[in-house]
Structures are given as C-alpha cells and as structure tokens.
Design a protein around this ligand. Structure first.
Ligand code: ADP
Length: 150
C-alpha cells in the first residue's frame, strides 16, 4: 500500500527548516503532501496562494511531493486525502508540549492517523517563520532562509 503523508503547517513562510523535513520524509513515505492550513479568522503575512506557488516551485523536481491549501481540521483533510500519517518537525521541548496535545486531538478525530515526528537538523533548529516574518517586515533580506526566490 502506498504510504501517503501529510505535512501540515501555516508555512507563513515555508522555510529551509520545513524543506529539510520534507526531504527527509521522502526516505520514509511514498508521497508527501504539504498542506497549507488556512484559518480564515487569522490574517497571514504571506498569502497562502503565493506560498503554494513558491513551494511547488521549490519541489518541481520531486513528483512525489504535492502541495495543497486547506481550511478546517487537519485530521479531516488527512482523511480526505487518505493520508494516514502526519509529519511534524520537533525543534525543542516547547514544540514537543504543543505537538503532543495536537496529535492526541488528531487521533481522537481519526483513530488510524499516526503523527510522525522528525527532529530538526541542528543547523536549521533556530529557523522560525515568526522570526523570518519580523525580519522581512523591517526590510531585512530573508532569501537565505527560504528554498525559493520570493
Ligand atoms: P504551525 O502553525 O502548524 O505550527 P509552522 O508552519 O510553524 O506551522 O510549522 C509546521 C511544522 O514544521 C511544525 O511541525 C514545526 O514544528 C515544524 N518546523 C518549523 N520550523 C522548523 C525547523 N526549523 N526545523 C524543523 N521543523 C520545523
């Protein structure tokens, strides 16, 4: 059976840290779907449509990487895609505390859904979308943190 994994996130923006998680996931799964979670009540800094286009560009040579935006619960979207695995990255204990509770919530919605955690590569551990957004907001060049040209 084809192992399909969903890598969900806000990806506001998608960084080299995220890219690393996707590339490493490809050694475990047959197909990785990057899901941009859109919460209509929350304002994004980078438009989801733009991110979708840029992520697609970054993975154009990987036919087993797909990109999609979704609204609503991640577990519902995973079920719709028939993706029984969720991929999440862990940078530190703060990530762990948060991820632990979301993964319980997701399992409550779909019992077969397994969350697989990949520990961040040390050189990318300090990369966070929040910090990158702040740098960009105040005019800093953020290209070196992104796997595509803005
Ligand atoms: P969310 O808002 O859902 O937490 P993010 O876009 O911030 O979405 O992150 C998506 C996933 O990528 C999360 O599992 C997060 O822990 C992981 N992640 C973020 N930055 C890094 C990084 N530098 N290295 C590894 N994983 C990361």
């Amino acid at each position: 059976m084809k192992k399909i994994a969903l890598f969900p996130g806000s990806f506001d923006p998608f960084t080299k840290g995220h890219e690393d998680i996707v590339l490493r996931s490809l050694t475990i799964f047959d197909e990785v779907i990057i899901g941009i979670g859109v919460n209509t009540a929350k304002k994004r800094y980078f438009e989801a449509e733009l991110m979708e286009k840029k992520i697609r560009e970054a993975f154009k040579s990987y036919p087993n990487v797909k990109v999609a935006s979704y609204e609503g619960l991640t577990a519902h979207f995973a079920k719709k895609l028939d993706a029984k695995f969720l991929i999440r990255g862990l940078r530190n204990t703060t990530d762990f505390e948060y991820e632990n509770s979301i993964s319980q919530g997701n399992k409550f919605i779909w019992k077969e859904l397994e969350t697989v955690f990949l520990v961040t590569s040390p050189s990318l551990a300090a990369l966070s979308s929040t910090i990158i957004r702040e740098l960009h907001r105040y005019g800093e060049n953020i290209e070196e943190f992104l796997p595509y040209k803005l």
